[in-house]
Design a binder for this molecule. Structure first.
Ligand code: COA
Length: 200
């Protein structure tokens, strides 16, 4: 499967398997074995940037990202025995998950991840991938930062955790949450980290 400036090549029959496996996604699978996790990287779908006029690059990348998310969502719905119908967006920006399920989506660069769990087992879920170089490091209090990491990484992790918390909580509380509305506490078993990104 490939996207060129004129559109998709070999797109018929595309599936989540067309994404490249990604370490962050594998880590998430290990972290929540009772949830369905789909995701990966779509860099290989994209043409060489040098072959694309600069004004078209963002649209091409967004087209690929949307398709990657769509394939992940359909894949995990099929996995749990539901029709492969992409959950629509709500006005808040979150998805309308099938009755009885909670889910969450994140994408950064050419990585996407989507997660789905049964409501009877999980009240809520939020997932967030962030580029550690681009997060707001001023977020939160010092006491909320994970122990045992550098100050820079700790503040980046905290930012990502708060974004994930927002995604989990916002559909439940249905009101805007600020970064100081959630307090993060670290237990001994927490703190999943990726080498090339942050996964919360
Ligand atoms: C909504 C927000 C959390 C998205 O995070 P992001 O890092 O920009 O983007 P990501 O790729 O990680 O996540 C995008 C996904 O978030 C989900 N999302 C968007 N709005 C959402 C909401 N209100 N509730 C739950 N999920 C939401 C969507 O599924 C979206 O993916 P999709 O459109 O492909 O389905 C972020 O833009 C935001 O508004 N942050 C400020 C609020 C905040 O974090 N406050 C901290 C409170 S503790």
């Amino acid at each position: 499967m490939r996207l060129d400036p004129e559109g998709w090549q070999n797109h018929a029959g595309a599936s989540q398997a067309d994404l490249r496996p990604d370490q962050l996604v594998e880590q998430l699978r290990g972290l929540v074995p009772d949830m369905v996790v789909a995701g990966g990287s779509f860099t290989h779908w994209l043409p060489d940037p040098a072959s694309v006029p600069s004004g078209k690059r963002h649209n091409l990348w967004k087209t690929a990202q949307d398709e990657a998310v769509r394939l992940c969502l359909k894949a995990f719905l099929v996995t749990v025995g539901l029709p492969a119908i992409e959950p629509e967006h709500l006005p808040s920006g979150s998805r309308r998950w099938p009755a009885g399920y909670v889910g969450s989506v994140s994408h950064k660069g050419a990585k996407v991840v989507a997660i789905l769990g049964r409501k009877e087992a999980f009240d809520m879920v939020g997932v967030d991938i962030d580029d550690r170089r681009k997060v707001d490091r001023s977020v939160g209090r010092h006491s909320e930062r994970p122990p045992g990491t550098s100050p820079t990484l700790a503040s980046a992790i905290l930012f990502s955790v708060k974004e994930a918390a927002f995604k989990a909580l916002h559909p439940q509380v249905n009101q805007r949450l600020g970064f100081n509305d959630v307090f993060v506490h670290w237990s001994a078993s927490s703190a999943p980290l990726g080498r090339n990104g942050l996964l919360s």
